[in-house]
Ligand binder design. Structure first.
Ligand code: NDP
Ligand code: 8X3
Length: 252
């Protein structure tokens, strides 16, 4: 029988690539996000390529009640989630702290920190009951370093890494694995969202070098979730070959 993996933020980028990758490797996938039509498209694409089952849940991770309702609505044969990928997240705006937009801050904190917590709080008790499960939190190089104007986004990713470490300790006796995957620059909708729809500005972020793609991070997630039961990958930092960290990048 296939294992069940739930991926948040599967409508785009890393989450979408991860859902496809896991489905190609004997996982049944629960794909989630706010944009239902994109989840429908992904479901069709996965089903045309692999034989696993796909289930769609449409909700906003910032809404704890919606999270609980969505997970409670799963049919019995979808309830045994063995892998949770806390991927939904975003950066909004790029400003010095004294010019920061409060609404941008709330969106990042509510999605990247509170969303991850709500999902984990809802899904982990069953993993603990079963003494089996794996939670993957998508951090970032921005969770290891802090760059100019990245203040609040970097803080949320530092929090994701701190929570990963804390969760691993709390779940140790329950045999639930917890991993942080920390990508550098990945070409997804990330920068379009950060620059509030300014595609030209977003495209410039990835010009002059080969960035990572969602598929590269999906590969890493597949590796992490297919280790033997006694092996837990705690943490991974993955950058493009052209990028050393948040500050050093070579362009052609
Ligand atoms: P995308 O913008 O391509 O994807 C983000 C996903 O998150 C979308 O599927 C979006 O779905 C979902 N999402 C955002 N807000 C919410 C919400 N409130 N409720 C539910 N789903 C939500 O970006 P990436 O794939 O790049 O980002 C995925 C993760 O990777 C994020 O946590 C990001 O911080 C992290 N990351 C990205 C890097 C990069 O360079 N791209 C590098 C390091 C980390 P929808 O809009 O349909 O709800
Ligand atoms: C996304 C990578 O460098 O834009 O987390 O913060 S970066």
């Amino acid at each position: 029988m296939n294992k069940i993996a739930l991926i948040t933020g599967a409508t785009s980028g890393i989450g979408r690539a991860t859902a496809k990758k896991l489905a190609q490797h004997n996982f049944d996938v629960i794909i989630t996000g706010r944009r239902k039509e994109l989840l429908e498209d992904l479901k069709q694409e996965i089903q045309s390529q692999s034989s696993g089952r796909v289930y769609i849940l449409t909700f906003d991770v910032r809404d704890n009640e919606a999270v609980n309702q969505a997970i409670d609505s799963l049919p019995d044969d979808w309830q045994n989630i063995e892998v949770l990928v806390n991927n939904a997240g975003l950066a909004v705006g790029l400003n010095h702290i004294h010019e920061g937009v409060i609404d941008d801050w709330e969106r990042m904190i509510d999605t990247n920190i509170k969303g991850l917590l709500y999902m984990t709080r809802k899904i982990s008790p069953r993993m603990i009951e079963k003494k089996h499960g794996h939670i993957i939190n998508i951090g970032s190089t921005a969770g290891r370093e802090v760059y100019e104007k990245g203040n609040v986004y970097c803080s949320t990713k530092h929090a994701a890494i701190a929570l990963t470490q804390a969760m691993r300790i709390d779940m140790l006796e329950h045999k639930v694995k917890v991993t942080a995957i920390n990508p550098g620059m990945v070409e997804t909708e990330f920068s379009v969202v950060r620059f509030k729809g300014d595609k030209e500005k977003a495209d410039k972020v990835y010009q002059g070098f080969t960035p990572l793609y969602g598929e590269d991070i999906a590969d890493a997630i597949l590796y992490v979730v297919t280790r033997p039961e006694h092996v837990c990958i705690n943490d991974m930092i993955i950058t493009a070959t052209a990028q050393a960290n948040s500050f050093y990048k070579v362009t052609e």
